[in-house]
Write a protein that binds this ligand. Structure first.
Ligand code: FAD
Length: 423
């Protein structure tokens, strides 16, 4: 902002603040927040963060916020203390409670940034040099006209299972699929965790991610605020969904938003996001006919959905017939085929119950024969899904999304089976 070091020195004296002044670095300590978007919520987080560090005895510090990443810089004398294992662990633990997805600790020593190279030991912290942001729109990936395989993961439902579920989702990200999607729980109950996992996948693994957003019980204000958070976290892609009424919800769940198309309209108006939407090769259960469902699907695309992902299906012929109807209806956006590897027999029962999808006799026999053994069912499920995907690619379908259910072993096996096909 045009200040010289002398100005900063004078200003800091006037404000009663201290200055770090080293050959390559000078800045005012405390209360300086940098970031793409500063929200009231973030400022509160910074306040709490500063308080924690004050309580730990640090007297000069700066917290910088970039999307979901918080970088804490301390005065040169505090560096050693900051890097002490127990202090780092405490800071990371506390900051995670405040809702920061990542905490990177940096120190300024002799005018140079010193980074902590031992951070690997400390879960929940990203290595500074590992911080990579892959801000890519899904449509950019799809337009390459290459075969893609992408994975869906789900977020932690509660804070207590955050670590374990995140770990599982990250193992899927480590496979480096074309992109990933992160679902959100019924009634938007996992919204914060969805965002944290999606941002983490982008930042830590460099894999583009789509964050799911439902509009159950939503108001325009709540959606705009969710979009602000997504923007601040560096999310580029949103999968816009109506969602379903959760068991615990009372009253009318769809007041201001009745359909996903209305949500897509708001996101489109807000601007800057690539929007995806769901489609149903066997028709959505609420629709009287598949024709009616496709008419409504067109409305969703007209409202701003730039790509569609299908509900899982186990019979490719159903998908091929659906694609003919979709194209005849004038829907031109890319349609990604959703495939679920059935790794447990109970998964198949749930899928059929929840989505009403058709279960081919071949798959039923597989579940009947191998369902009692976890290993055998997983192996058979991976083979069945792989065959489905090979058939899709052979029939000119370029993009397949696998519902990984956070099972990196199954996702990795499918990716491996297709390694030459995807080259
Ligand atoms: P909509 O597109 O709004 O459609 C719902 C029904 O309304 C359909 O019958 C449709 O034909 C009809 N309809 C749509 N627009 C109109 C209109 N303008 N006028 C009249 N009728 C209309 N659920 C979650 O809670 N979290 C998730 O993360 C999640 N991810 C999903 C991912 C995929 C790929 C799929 C296929 C589903 C996912 N779901 C998720 C489930 C989804 O929320 C439910 O299937 C829900 O019932 C419908 O959501 P939708 O966005 O498809 O709704």
């Amino acid at each position: 902002c045009g200040f010289t070091k002398a100005d900063i020195r004078a200003l800091s004296r006037y404000l009663g603040l201290s200055v770090w002044e080293k050959p390559s670095y000078a800045c005012l300590a405390s209360r300086f927040v940098y970031g793409e978007r500063i929200t009231a919520e973030k400022l509160k987080m910074v306040d709490r963060a500063e308080q924690l560090l004050l309580d730990m005895g640090f007297r000069q510090m700066r917290v910088r916020i970039h999307g979901s990443l918080a970088r804490i810089e301390v005065e040169p004398d505090g560096f050693e203390r900051l890097m002490k294992e127990e202090n780092r662990l405490e800071i990371v633990r506390e900051f995670k409670k405040y809702g920061f997805a990542y905490v990177t600790l940096a120190g300024i020593q002799d005018g140079k940034h010193e980074r902590d190279n031992r951070q690997k030991k400390c879960t929940g912290m990203s290595l500074y040099k590992k911080y990579r942001r892959k801000k890519v729109k899904i449509t950019e990936i799809l337009k390459n006209n290459k075969r893609t395989l992408s994975f869906e993961v789900f977020p932690p439902k509660t804070d207590s299972d955050f670590e374990a579920v995140r770990e599982a989702a990250y193992k899927v990200a480590a496979l480096k699929p074309a992109f990933m999607s992160v679902t959100c729980g019924a009634g938007g109950s996992t919204c914060g965790n969805t965002l944290a996992i999606a941002a983490g996948i982008q930042n830590t693994y460099g894999v583009a991610a789509t964050s799911h957003l439902t509009c159950v019980g939503a108001t325009r204000q709540s959606i705009l605020s969710a979009l602000d958070d997504m923007r601040a976290a560096g999310i580029e892609n949103i999968f816009a969904l109506r969602g379903d009424r959760p068991d615990w919800m009372e009253g009318e769940p769809f007041k201001e938003y009745r359909y996903a198309s209305e949500l897509a309209e708001t996101i489109n108006e807000y601007g800057g996001f690539c929007i995806g939407g769901a489609c149903y090769p066997e028709g959505h259960p609420d629709s009287a006919t598949i024709e009616e469902d496709i008419v409504n699907l067109k409305k969703k695309v007209d409202a701003g959905c730039e790509f569609l992902t299908t509900q899982m299906f186990f019979d490719n012929n159903i998908f091929y017939e659906f694609m003919e109807r979709v194209r005849q209806a004038g829907i031109e956006v890319p349609v990604i085929a959703g495939i679920m590897p059935v790794t447990r027999a109970s998964q198949l029962e749930n899928a059929v119950k929840l989505s009403g999808c058709n279960m081919p006799l071949k798959l039923k026999r597989i579940a009947d024969s191998f369902g009692d053994s976890r290993e055998a069912m997983q192996q058979a499920g991976i083979i069945y899904a792989t065959e489905q995907i090979v058939d899709l690619y052979a029939n000119g379908i370029k993009n397949v999304h696998v519902y990984s259910m956070n099972n990196a072993e199954a996702a990795g096996a499918i990716l491996n089976n297709l390694s030459d096909i995807l080259k």
